[in-house]
Design a protein around this ligand. Structure first.
Ligand SMILES: Nc1ncnc2c1ncn2[C@@H]1O[C@H](COP(=O)(O)OP(=O)(O)OP(=O)(O)O)[C@@H](O)[C@H]1O
Ligand SMILES: [Mg+2]
Length: 276
């Protein structure tokens, strides 16, 4: 069934009552503006959300509403003006540990092979060369890049490069993944395949995922919950619990489910992106 709420606050209260273990991420009444000298631009008005262990949340919102600013604030690249961000129950200064962050651009190093790029984070963290290589090969294998480990980025397709970037993020075994439209530039088919693989790996390892996307169908097909943001200065406009019942592995079949288009229509209406 479709659920809807106007903020995450009810959820926070509910958690306090039940007294369960700390979720990987709690965002509580965060606000953020940019001081341009001549004016102050409010970007995030007042935003709360909770990401549970093993949960996948998609965030959709109008262009320029503050989605990237939100992600940058969550991972410690920007400081919030107000509110609290708790990782596993704790407020962290700077960048939180065990959080993988992936952007729309793959940012692979052109002089490193697929394997070399995947190993990078492990090398920086001082993991031994043999272990770094084994783990990286295994991750590239899992993402279908077995025959391409020695290829340089320039000789890979866009979809393959994004797979390498994803391998590089996942090989560090992050508890939480924050993704900012990482597959937006890919064709529909490549996008569907890579998302399918990514969601499989995330769910199989019980990881949590926060995904920002422009694509409502992508948001609904992937996530347990879709959060719709308002225009800037942004706040949570609506929350949808996505429930199809049964198997969610086949993301193509899912799109034929009558509930799928129901969710998509409701979210589209919430987004209010008509011509102005
Ligand atoms: N460093 C900055 N300094 C000043 N203003 C900024 C800065 N970063 C973003 N902004 C402004 O904040 C607003 C939100 O930008 P942001 O990139 O977070 O939006 P977005 O929702 O990710 O957009 P899109 O959907 O196009 O990716 C915009 O008006 C932008 O101009
Ligand atoms: Mg953005």
């Amino acid at each position: 069934m479709m659920g809807r709420a106007d903020s995450g606050e009810a959820e926070l209260t509910q958690r306090a009552r039940v007294g369960t273990a700390d979720p990987p991420l709690i965002v509580e009444r965060v606000a953020k503006s940019f001081d341009l000298g001549s004016e102050i631009v409010p970007v995030i008005a007042d935003l709360s959300l909770t990401l549970e262990q093993g949960q996948i949340i998609s965030i959709v919102g109008p262009s320029g509403c503050g989605k990237t600013t939100l992600l940058n604030t969550l991972c410690g690249l920007l400081a919030p003006d107000a509110g609290h961000i708790r990782w596993h129950g704790r407020e962290v200064r700077g960048q939180p540990q065990n959080v993988g962050y992936m952007l729309q651009k793959d940012l692979l190093l052109p002089w490193r092979t697929a394997l070399g790029n995947t190993m990078l984070g492990l090398e920086i963290r001082g993991v031994g060369a043999a272990e770094a290589e084994n783990r990286s090969r295994a991750m590239l294998d899992q993402l279908g890049l077995h025959g391409f480990v020695d290829h340089y980025p320039s000789t890979l397709s866009g979809g393959m490069r994004q797979r390498v970037a994803l391998a590089r993020t996942l090989v560090n075994d992050p508890d939480v993944l924050l993704l900012d439209e990482p597959f937006a530039a890919l064709d529909f088919q490549s996008k569907l395949l890579i998302e399918n693989d990514m969601v499989g790996l995330v769910r199989q390892r019980g990881r949590s995922l926060l995904l920002i996307t422009h694509d409502i169908e992508e948001a609904v097909s992937l996530a347990d919950r879709v959060i719709v943001l308002s225009k800037r200065p942004t706040r949570v406009k609506a929350v949808y619990e996505i429930e199809f019942g049964g198997d969610r592995d086949d993301m193509i079949a899912l799109r034929e489910n009558p509930d799928f288009s129901h969710y998509v229509r409701r979210i589209w209406a919430d987004l209010d992106v008509g011509l102005q």
